[in-house]
Design a protein around this ligand. Sequence first.
Ligand code: HEM
Length: 491
Amino acid sequence: MVVSPVLVACLGLSALLLVGDALLRRTVLSPLNGIPGPVLARFTSLVLKWHEFSARRTAYVHGLHRRYGPVVRIAPNEVSFASAAAVKEIYCSGGSGYDKTEFYDLFKVYGRRTMFTTLNKEDHARKKRILADRYANTNVVRQPSLDGIAERAANFVKKCSQSVGGSLDLYVRTYLHSYAFDCVTHHLFHPYGTDSLQTEQDEAIMREVTFDDSLQNRLVGYYSPTLHKVLGKLLYWLAKPRQTPLADNFVLGTCSKTDAAPFTLLDRMQGPSSDLDQLDVAAECLDHMVAGIDTTGDALCFLMWELSQPRSLSHQARLRAELLANPGAAFDRLPFLDAVVLEGLRCFPPIPMSLPRYVPRGGRAIGSYAVPEGTVVSCQAYSVHRIDQAVFPKPDVFYPDRWLHPDGDAERKRLFFAFASGGRGCVGKHLALAEMKILLRAVYTSFTTLPDPAMTAESMDMSDQLISSRPLGQACLLAFSPAASQPLSTD
Ligand code: HEM
């Protein structure tokens, strides 16, 4: 058959017009064009993805905010915001804000959607009604719950005592992750919580869920399932996916117990108000267990590192003075301790990166921009905590006192995004704060800390993981010395 050249030309022209039309709509005619940002971001998301694959997305997006301001178009269909108004609209409007994107599919457990991975607000609200009660502050501060945390803080302090004269690696030996793991399993499963600070068997479970080098592997799977299939073996060797047989065994086994303490999540999920089947219960527990380890562990790690720096020894001394002067006070009635923890989470949010959401049907106004439905919008804590220098002057300086001034308190709280905001913000927030304060009190009442000379500032730079960050050098060596019962001199 002879194909007419005219027909070929017509087909070619039509294809060109179609592609051109799509390109025009996406670029020149896109309603997002009024939003500042690099020109390349109008045409392609490749630059953003490159930074994501290099574990530097948070720093890249922050650099764009510094250059373009609190609203930046970071890809053809993606906009990053860093303002209180945007946090309120994206994460709090209608209670729990906009729906999550499919990015959260990466975190499904046993093929099930947990509270964290549920995308739409109706399903999420149903799950939250069952679970939230156990994370309310009134439940966290019950004596059996606090006793378990205090016992684990005492175990951590034993490690500090044993290290005197040398250094303790808070990261590689993951003592802080062990502490967070033992605390969260206490809250989920008591009396079946772990003791990874003292037993190797439990430490092995913690190690399985805390070390994950599969960022690139999982990102390829997310962005291109076909490429992921083609590159399967190569990717496996370059960035091994995490396997967690010990953790699965522990969680599935523990979830079959029926006599967990009344303050635990397991008790709640097995109670009459729950309609979750056994696999849902296990998936939820594994999810919360993992959510509570790296976050709280790394928040403490970065904060103790900062408190140990010569520039921050005056804060360390002041913290110790407050602790020594108030030995009988409740952990949540110590204003300077509270300020230190808030400032640590502001400077080093363990989840510093964008939390992506879809603009709902009909589009929305975010700040002064009309954003069409389906656009991916997000805020990232690292930038929200730094961009508005009227609220956070000298944002890169660790300065706990900023939280003690009554002036500007409401504005600071509106911009505090370490636990996100609204109905989908961190359900474990009160537990995490209790763990952090109880541990810091136990440590800094008895010890002074200094950085080990082998450490460098660069090794403590934040390195992005899929949804948290860790120290770039994956080590945090601190020297612990017994504190005199007198406050530390900072001369
Ligand atoms: C300092 C420690 C912690 C920080 C900074 C933190 C931060 C966050 C953030 C930013 C989110 C929102 C994530 C998103 O929207 O993608 C979140 C959600 C969540 N966190 Fe935490 N978290 C911490 C500790 C914990 C602990 C100890 C637990 C549990 C025991 C926990 C359980 C959860 C769960 C289940 C969600 C999902 C909530 C929902 O979708 O309704 N977190 N956390």
